[in-house]
Design a protein around this ligand. Sequence first.
Ligand SMILES: *Cc1c(COP(=O)(O)O)cnc(C)c1O
Length: 419
Amino acid sequence: MDHFNYQNGELYAENLPLAEIAKEVGTPFYCYSTATLERHFNVFSKAFDGANALVCYAVKANSNLAVIKTLAKLGAGADVVSEGELRRALEAGIPANKIVFSGVGKKPHEMELALNAGILQFNVESEPEVRVLSEVATRLGKVAPIAFRVNPDVDAKTHAKISTGKAENKFGVPWQDVSRIYGEAATLPGIKIQGVDVHIGSQLTDLDPFNNAFMRVRELVDQLRKEGHEITQVDLGGGLGIPYDGTIPPAPENYGQVALQAMGNLGVQLIFEPGRLIVGNAGVLVSEVIYVKQGAERKFVILDAAMNDLIRPAMYDGYHHIDTIRQPNEADGTEMVDVVGPVCETGDTFAKGRELPPVSAGDLVAFRSAGAYGAVMASTYNTRPLVPEVLVNGDDFAVIRERPALEELLKQDKLPEWL
Ligand SMILES: *Cc1c(COP(=O)(O)O)cnc(C)c1O
């Protein structure tokens, strides 16, 4: 459920026609809906009503300050994976004691910032990392609250590039070493073991892998407690999928039941790290048709958005539904086209053989479900400036990131003195 709907023959974001926003900010641009962000956060949180649960929004899915702040106002915590994201979360008003720090490659200066801020938990992914964290914490006279991210070796049955919980993946500590690693970490100065963390992948559309992973974690908590560790936090990660192509993933309510059943009465604080689920369907990418070109074998719709603006199709074979901004007439029918961008790569293809209502140059289209892993993954490839982001709230909208001038982009390059 989102708040991008046809009204009066054109696509709206909440109460505003996307075409009007396009007139003001130009295309391409990302547009997010406050009501949809709020709805998704609230539906997810409700799945854990009455339980001791903290929802830490995975900032990497969409790290715009205005998006984070919208969620912060609803009580969200944050899952961050870099110093930059930690700064964003703090700046957006998320209290440090609701922030968890994930990622396989944390550097000492990042640990230092997190320790000084007083975050809830470091999700540690290796033995070398916990040793460095121990050194940094000791030097600062602090104690780092940690969970190890464990690799449960379950198949998330999602795209290979977003699967993280198999033994072959780089994430987490190997299952067979968990007991020894907790034992050794317990002896390190400046380290306080408090939890267990797991995150098996993204865009999961089946509850079984979650159930398998959560049951393993449950057994692990019992075992670690027997071995003398105090476990007060269990972080079950993110990864619940969203509908991109008509496949309907499990409802948050059912996901919640699986999590709560597996964790039962462990008496811990449960932490969840949803990203895509919160922001994915709360955003669209609006783009203009530049040309319609008849190739030898197929028709190409060439847009002013490209793979540098939305890389999911090129990187993960990601599917995005494409709507015309003008509401199509049944009488118009559809035609089969390839939808491409202007970048000089064959990979700059958003959709192949897609049935779209007929479009012509100057028409606007919207990529649906583009709120997660869209703007955050954008680059300036082909010297294309990052596109602006807009947040709609009822009848209002605001530009929450401006389109940089090309001059700014060029100014970043420096000529050496010999040129
Ligand atoms: C990416 C990531 C998430 C969020 O995943 P979604 O599929 O967007 O919910 C949560 N936790 C960790 C550790 C991640 O790397």
